[in-house]
Ligand binder design. Structure first.
Ligand SMILES: Cc1cc2nc3c(=O)[nH]c(=O)nc-3n(C[C@H](O)[C@H](O)[C@H](O)COP(=O)(O)OP(=O)(O)OC[C@H]3O[C@@H](n4cnc5c(N)ncnc54)[C@H](O)[C@@H]3O)c2cc1C
Ligand code: SF4
Length: 328
């Protein structure tokens, strides 16, 4: 591990200005991702700004009925919060499908949004990786790419965003609240993470000095939900494919639907054409299969992950069916 200095942020403005005062500073929250990356010499900040003393650790309803999740609320406290369990059970289910109880007790909502890819080569500093070292090449494209992306890839990077929580946030149309030099701004979840393109070293659209202060969840009227995570082990493993789905059923037809995929792209993936196609249809396996084909029609595979489109299709159908049947 490289040498670094360390400070405690005393307030949000102090955290933002401390960040600007250092060449290569990073905020540290739960530390469950950043410390690993520092130990592996993948990330080498010269300064850590501990944000755990900031008052960003509450969950409150806003005046208009939306729910605000503080950036420093742990994943565990978020998942088990009565308001989240009652009004956003999809989010509770997604968070509880991730990591382990110990990790969820440390991991924060802000850190979960910012966690980095689990691509093996990103962690292995002896191999080329455009995300870790721009211009060095991508070892995964012709290498072992079982966990890698099939949608939205580029010639530079085929990594996926590994979060479960973020897949549910994408389905819920969450908004990320951030603070920087220019003050506060809101970033829609769909715009928060980015595709790799020619700059895979940039995971998201947060500016360098900006601090995530919270997540805002719109009020929702969905009647059915499911978070399905397909992985190599039943716990403590990242998703090969995950599906977050919400339905609003009216009589026997789908009045509204949101369907987000994890484990398939550099960001949680949605396909509006497929969602719009499902609206007004009945909730049949045939219709779910057609929507899955629409979502996956542009999928590209790289050898070891050739199984993923078929797996993703089966996962979409199963998640939709279990949502409608109320199977948890
Ligand atoms: C063994 C293991 C298994 C895991 N399995 C899963 C899984 O199955 N599903 C899943 O979703 N996740 C999984 N995780 C990832 C885990 O959820 C993340 O490590 C965690 O959410 C990161 O949160 P943190 O608070 O510890 O972040 P930190 O490690 O403190 O920070 C991570 C990054 O976020 C930045 N950051 C933190 N807070 C803010 C903020 N408020 N504003 C701006 N930047 C910020 C930091 O600078 C850093 O770059 C796993 C992790 C481990 C170690
Ligand atoms: S997929 Fe992305 S993170 Fe993985 S080796 Fe290629 S460039 Fe690096």
């Amino acid at each position: 591990m490289n040498n670094f200095t360390y400070s405690h942020a005393t307030c949000i403005d102090n955290a933002v200005s401390e960040m600007a005062a250092h060449q290569e500073a990073r905020f540290i929250a739960g530390g469950t991702n950043l410390i690993d990356l520092m130990k592996e010499n993948v990330m080498h900040p010269d300064h850590l700004i501990d944000i755990n003393g900031l008052y960003l650790n509450s969950i409150d309803f806003l005046d208009d009925g939306r729910l605000f999740l503080g950036a420093l609320v742990t994943n565990a406290d978020t998942a088990w919060h009565p308001a989240v369990e009652k009004y956003y059970p999809l989010l509770s289910a997604a968070i509880l499908a991730g990591a382990s109880p110990q990790l969820r007790n440390m991991a924060t909502n802000g850190g979960n949004l910012m966690q980095r890819t689990r691509c093996y080569y990103f962690y292995d500093t002896s191999t080329p990786c455009n995300k870790r070292e721009p211009g060095s090449g991508c070892s995964a494209i012709n290498g072992y790419n079982r966990i890698h992306a099939i949608l939205g890839t580029s010639q530079q990077c085929i990594a996926v965003h590994p979060s479960d929580m973020c897949v549910a946030l994408r389905a819920l149309n969450a908004v990320i609240q951030v603070r920087g030099h220019e003050g506060e701004r809101l970033i829609r979840m769909e715009d928060f993470h980015r595709l790799p393109g020619d700059t895979p070293q940039i995971d998201n659209n947060l500016a360098a000095e900006e601090l995530i202060t919270g997540i805002i969840l719109p009020r929702e009227q969905f009647t059915h939900y499911k978070y399905l995570k397909v992985r190599d082990r039943a716990s403590y493993a990242f998703a090969l494919v995950s599906v977050a789905v919400l339905f609003r059923m009216e009589q026997d037809h789908i009045a509204d639907v949101r369907l987000a995929l994890g484990g398939v792209a550099h960001k949680p993936w949605r396909n509006m054409e497929a969602e719009n196609w499902l609206k007004g249809k009945s909730a049949t396996v045939e219709n779910f299969a057609h929507a899955a084909d629409m979502i996956l029609q542009d999928a590209v595979t790289f050898g070891t992950n050739d199984f993923k489109p078929a797996l993703a299709k089966r996962a979409i159908i199963r998640a939709c069916r279990e949502a409608i049947n109320g199977e948890r």
